[in-house]
Write a protein that binds this ligand. Structure first.
Ligand SMILES: [Zn+2]
Length: 287
């Protein structure tokens, strides 16, 4: 059957909800089949003892949180690649031989092939991943961004040779500049360091701001902010439960559209003149 298929290629259980928790239900309402790659099990990351509860490990807890989010974000399928979470650059966990960042550094072709294999199976026309800075510099985000970009290129090259399946469009999900500026402003107001934000204090908002890329598409998401909040709440161990009235209000004011940077086909301008990532996609059956 001819269908619109979209693959989101991310690193951790929570990236999907925090990043695209409003855009995903919008696409699903539009009849798009949405697939997710979650490359790691989220093994690392501070989890308050009270939340560990019955779970044997942080990974087990975080996978249960992803299962909770799937009630709201109705993916056609989720592909777990099973790498270890790397934690932040320079941490001890980032040199574990099974972690995504280490695997990417030492075996990039293998990681690329894992992503390419998912693409061959799901056959998305549109692929989304992080920007080149991995949103906020997390080594797993950067690793999956690079592996996804290479897999995309590999499949396009294969298709040029043997008329096989090829993805048609590649986008990076964009973080709104205004929202980053607000976070920096609020952090300074509270006497916090904007270079050490987030539950793991590993988010340098100033660097994230300097790595923002041009936006070419703005997808309207205003009716889906409640679902975004519900999916985010599932990831309580990562701070998803801490949605204040102010943050909700800011979301309603600032997040009426989700921006995307078009990578392929390469744009010849830096204008945001798209509102539908499937606008000029050739719809085809899954082979
Ligand atoms: Zn992440």
């Amino acid at each position: 059957m001819v269908s619109r298929r979209l693959l989101i290629s991310y690193a951790h259980p929570d990236d999907e909800s925090f990043g695209l928790g409003a855009a995903i239900p919008k696409w699903i309402d539009d009849g798009v089949e949405v697939f997710l790659i979650c490359a790691t099990n989220g093994d690392v990351g501070h989890v308050p003892e009270a939340l560990r509860g019955r779970f044997a490990s942080v990974a087990e807890l975080r996978l249960s949180e992803l299962a909770c989010a799937r009630q709201y974000l109705k993916f056609k399928d989720v592909f777990m690649l099973g790498y270890r979470d790397s934690g932040m650059t320079g941490s001890e966990t980032a040199s574990h031989p099974d972690c995504l960042a280490f695997r990417w550094r030492h075996h990039p072709a293998q990681v690329t092939e894992r992503v390419a294999e998912v693409m061959r199976q799901a056959q998305p026309q549109v692929v989304i991943t992080f920007n080149r800075y991995g949103g906020y510099g997390h080594p797993d985000h950067i690793a999956i961004q690079r592996a996804t970009s290479r897999a995309f290129e590999r499949l396009r090259a294969e298709a040029a040779r043997d008329d096989a399946y090829a993805p048609q469009r590649l986008y990076y999900a964009a973080y709104p500049r205004i929202s980053l500026r607000m976070r920096i402003w609020r952090a300074r107001l509270k006497g916090q360091d904007p270079r050490r934000m987030g539950i793991n204090q590993d988010v340098d908002t100033l660097k994230s701001l300097s790595h923002i890329e041009p936006v070419h598409a703005r997808v309207p998401i205003a009716p889906y902010l409640d679902i975004w909040e519900k999916a985010s709440r599932c990831h309580a161990s990562q701070g998803g439960g801490r949605i204040t009235r102010t943050s909700r209000l800011l979301r309603r004011l600032l997040y009426r559209k989700q921006g995307f940077t078009r990578v392929y086909p390469p744009p010849n301008h830096d204008k945001a003149d798209e509102d539908d990532l499937f606008a000029s996609v050739v719809l085809n059956e899954r082979g």
